[in-house]
Every structure is written in structure tokens, then in C-alpha cells.
Design a protein around this ligand. Structure first.
Ligand SMILES: C[S@@+](CC[C@H](N)C(=O)[O-])C[C@H]1O[C@@H](n2cnc3c(N)ncnc32)[C@H](O)[C@@H]1O
Length: 227
């Protein structure tokens, strides 16, 4: 099991780990898509969000991420906002995967997909990306795919990612940015421009590198932890 901060109390229910708060209550969140509708997530992404809102191509999305992560093997991977487990489409199955999301319904789907794909002992945590329960310096790579705009405090996310990554660790993101939204579609959450994201990366000790890809409203980038 991945190392947790010493003051964290965690319980496993089914395939998911939950943080226990005071008075023995499980930490709960309000997911964007109510948990009962999680089964619709992949359909909505494929048929509506990607082609209409993002003006993008989902196959190109998976191809770009597959190429970017092709050299990553046997590493400790953390994913923020893992959703229903789309990372099985672009991550090598020899990696040690930890998925996080605020939606237990989506994470249950992710767990099923990762186990069926053959990942060795993947772990899934119902936690918010801006307050991670993990020990510092335990992950080689962190992924945040199409989720950064949903998470309340992006600065807090970078701070947490910087904390849990090992030196020279890499944060790979795919996120809608306003300057690529040529169709002016309404996209949920808070959108940051590439210039703003680069500035935040630098503030938290990362080197920003854009990943070359034109795919609708999406920017792909990696942030490399400098020390
Ligand atoms: C558009 S989905 C992307 C899911 C997946 N990465 C994918 O590419 O299909 C956004 C995800 O972010 C999650 N999310 C929203 N707020 C979050 C937070 N504060 N911490 C972690 N995940 C969050 C949602 O529950 C949802 O699964």
C-alpha cells in the first residue's frame, strides 16, 4: 500500500479507500455528476463533451497521452480526478497506479477497469486533489487529465503535487484553456490560460513544457519538478 501521512485514518470499503474524519464519519464530497449517474459518464464524454464542448478528437487525446507516457514503466503513478479510469487507454500496465477522485461512483468503475486491464494492485482513494492523504515524495509521475478546471484551488493542487512527487517527478496534464476555445463553448469549472498555468508551475518549483498537440480546446503540458 502507498505510504500515507501519519495522521490519516483510512478505511477500505469494497475496492475504495475513504478518509475517516472526526466522530468516525467518512469524508464525503459533492461530485459534478451525481454518483447515481456515474454509469453515463463515458457516454457523455464520447458523444457530447469531446466532440461538441472540446471540439476535439478523443482518439487523438489517447494517442497524445500514450506517446507522452510510452517511456514510463514500473513507476509509482498518481492520478488526480481519475474519473471512470480512462487512463487504462494510455498508461502501461506495468506501472503501480493510485487513482483519486471525489466521486466514489466513478472510482468504482475505474477500479474495475484497472483490475480487468491487469494493473498490479491498483489503489483508489476518495479524496480531493487539493488535500492528498499521501506521504511526501512517494510518486514518480502525477496525471491530471481533464480535471484541473474542476478542482477548487489550482494553486493548492500544484502545492500538493509538488509535495507528493519525488525530485525530478513529472506532472502531466490535459486541460481546456480559454485561448483555444475558438467555438466559445461553455466549459464547466475555472479555466486558466497557458500563460497563467506556466506561472503557477514556476511558483511551485516546476519547469513548464507544452506537449505539442492541437486538439480543440485542450492544452497538453508537463510540469517537471526541479528539485
Ligand atoms: C471531466 S472528468 C475527467 C475524468 C478522467 N480523468 C477522464 O479523463 O475521463 C473530471 C473529474 O474530476 C473529478 N473531480 C472534481 N473535483 C475534484 C476534486 N476536488 N478532486 C479530485 N477530483 C475531482 C470529477 O469527479 C471527475 O471525475
Amino acid at each position: 500500500m502507498i505510504k500515507l501521512k501519519s495522521d490519516i485514518h483510512i478505511v477500505k470499503k469494497g475496492r475504495l479507500y475513504h478518509v475517516v474524519e472526526s466522530r468516525n464519519r467518512l469524508m464525503r464530497f459533492k461530485p459534478w455528476l451525481g454518483d447515481g449517474f456515474s454509469f453515463l459518464y463515458d457516454f457523455i464524454m464520447n458523444s457530447s463533451i469531446f466532440p461538441k464542448k472540446f471540439a476535439g478528437d478523443i482518439q487523438k487525446h489517447y494517442y497524445t497521452l500514450t506517446q507522452e507516457l510510452a517511456g514510463i514503466h514500473c513507476r509509482q503513478i498518481l492520478e488526480l480526478g481519475a474519473g471512470s479510469g480512462s487512463a487504462v487507454n494510455f498508461l502501461g500496465i506495468d506501472n503501480l497506479y493510485t487513482g483519486t477522485d471525489i466521486s466514489p461512483g466513478l472510482l468504482k468503475q475505474a477500479a474495475k477497469r484497472f483490475l480487468e486491464a491487469g494493473f498490479p494492485n491498483p489503489e483508489f482513494y476518495v479524496v480531493s486533489a487539493d488535500d492528498l492523504p499521501f506521504e511526501s515524495g512517494v510518486f514518480d509521475v502525477c496525471l491530471c487529465i481533464l480535471s484541473l478546471n474542476f478542482i477548487g484551488s489550482v494553486e493548492k493542487v500544484f502545492q500538493e503535487v509538488s509535495r507528493v512527487l519525488l525530485p525530478k517527478g513529472v506532472f502531466v496534464c490535459s486541460v481546456p484553456v480559454p485561448e483555444r476555445n475558438r467555438l466559445h463553448t461553455t466549459i464547466r469549472g475555472v479555466l486558466y490560460s497557458e500563460a497563467e498555468l506556466e506561472k503557477i508551475c514556476q511558483k511551485y518549483g516546476f519547469k513548464f513544457e507544452r506537449i505539442s498537440c492541437e486538439n480543440g480546446v485542450l492544452l497538453y503540458f508537463k510540469a517537471i519538478k526541479q528539485s
